[in-house]
Design a protein around this ligand. Structure first.
Ligand code: AMP
Length: 396
């Protein structure tokens, strides 16, 4: 994989797809700039290597309309502060004015383009629109892992106009390298913890991971579909009846492949889906009617601690319980600690995709695991083993 760190960009306009889809308040102030922060290393590397970054992004979902509250002008001042560079702005992301501005860039100057999604052609993956964007760069860099699973004009289609002049940015590069460390690891044992609400949204991941891991820990609400498929009594716990057979087949396949599947042994149940619900511990396959499993029990956690502490490689996707309710957050919090401890002992750990990222941050342990993915939906699809359009476009 060609890294931008090895490219001489002297005098080149480097058209870079970033993900500046930051939350803004009613005054147009950025309330969380972590997405902008994440791309700084890429932008600074391009500047340091003599390049002229032309940054393009979407912001929200204007669906082809010019909505002023979704204008990227609101980011100009902050981008200048973060980069220490002068930032020019083009009020249209394509067209003569944008081309002129891109050609006027001097050393240590950046051009930020207006919201790509002011043009409906962006999400349609329109080739002519991609061609117009391509006129703004001599080199194309894709650094927007969060949208890499979409075949949009700026994330995938555009790459065809840069057959030899394209590369991943440093955010993309890190996401790809770190997931590959998990799915193509030579070190054993590899332990995956997959939790969260639904089997239906995780089935692709489970099936893909079976051939890559030694232990598969299933937690959270989705565990009850597995337990029911084995004839267990799950009371009022979350279940997807349509996925009972699928769960049984994952279990069967795990056995065939020699993967140890871990389901909860005991659970902390509530008599209602709320933080203040009455609590009672049950064996996971003998939950009384009127009770729903909302967190892992202590017996389960002791067992999982021993599995995770032996791991050399760990992947965590999805909470072990309803961690948003403090009274049912213990299992998820403990798992975050088990992973941090294993990491300290030398394991490689990746936390990725959705709510487990929120959980590790909530428990203040994000800096004690090896890598936290910013990917969301893209990471989920990557873990399903899909070749993402944004990655394919650079690699082909
Ligand atoms: P996902 O987005 O599929 O990873 O699911 C995350 C959600 O699963 C979180 O909002 C959790 O509250 C929820 N969840 C975890 N365990 C349970 C459970 N036992 N019952 C219901 N929801 C759960």
């Amino acid at each position: 994989m060609k890294s931008i760190k090895d490219i001489n960009f002297e005098g080149l306009r480097v058209l870079t797809r970033v993900d500046f889809n930051v939350p803004l308040n009613d005054q147009g102030e950025i309330t969380d700039d972590s997405r902008m922060q994440a791309h700084l290393k890429t932008i600074k590397a391009i500047l340091a290597q003599g390049g002229r970054p032309v940054l393009m992004s979407h912001l929200g979902r204007p669906k082809g309309e010019r909505k002023s509250e979704l204008s990227l002008t609101q980011l100009v001042g902050h981008l200048e502060r973060l980069t220490g560079a002068k930032v020019l702005f083009s009020a249209n992301c394509i067209g003569e004015e944008a081309i002129k501005l891109s050609n006027s860039l001097k050393a240590n100057e950046i051009l930020l383009l207006e919201n790509l999604r002011y043009h409906i052609e962006e999400t349609q993956g329109d080739r002519e629109f991609a061609k117009s964007l391509a006129k703004l760069g001599d080199f194309y860099v894709n650094d927007a892992f969060g949208t890499a699973h979409r075949a949009h004009a700026s994330t995938a289609i555009i790459a065809e106009f840069f057959p030899a002049n394209k590369a991943f940015g440093l955010v993309m590069e890190a996401e790809i390298l770190n997931v590959d460390k998990v799915v193509n690891s030579n070190e054993k044992p590899v332990v995956a913890i997959v939790g969260g609400a639904k089997v239906s949204s995780k089935i692709g991941i489970l099936e893909n991971l079976l051939s890559k891991v030694d232990h598969l820990i299933i937690g959270g609400g989705m565990a009850f579909t597995f337990i029911k498929a084995k004839g267990g009594l799950i009371g009022n716990s979350l279940v997807e009846e349509d996925y009972l057979e699928m769960a049984a087949s994952v279990e069967q396949k795990a056995q065939e492949l020699g993967v140890t599947l871990h389901l909860p042994q005991d659970v902390l149940a509530g008599d209602d889906f709320r933080n203040e619900a009455k609590q009672k511990v049950f064996q996971a396959n003998a939950i009384q009617d009127g009770w729903m499993g909302l967190d892992a029990g202590d017996e389960t956690l002791a067992h999982l601690k021993s599995v995770v502490s032996e791991a050399k490689v760990i992947l965590w996707n999805g909470p072990l319980g309803v961690f948003e309710f403090d009274n049912f957050a213990k299992g998820t919090r403990e798992m975050a600690h088990f992973i941090a401890e294993a990491t300290q002992k030398g394991a490689f750990s990746l936390v990725g995709g959705g709510d487990s990222v929120a959980a590790i941050k909530k428990f203040g342990l994000a800096d004690q695991v090896s890598y936290v993915s910013t990917g969301g939906g893209a990471m989920l699809e990557y873990l399903e083993g899909k070749l993402l359009p944004g990655i394919k476009a650079i690699q082909s």
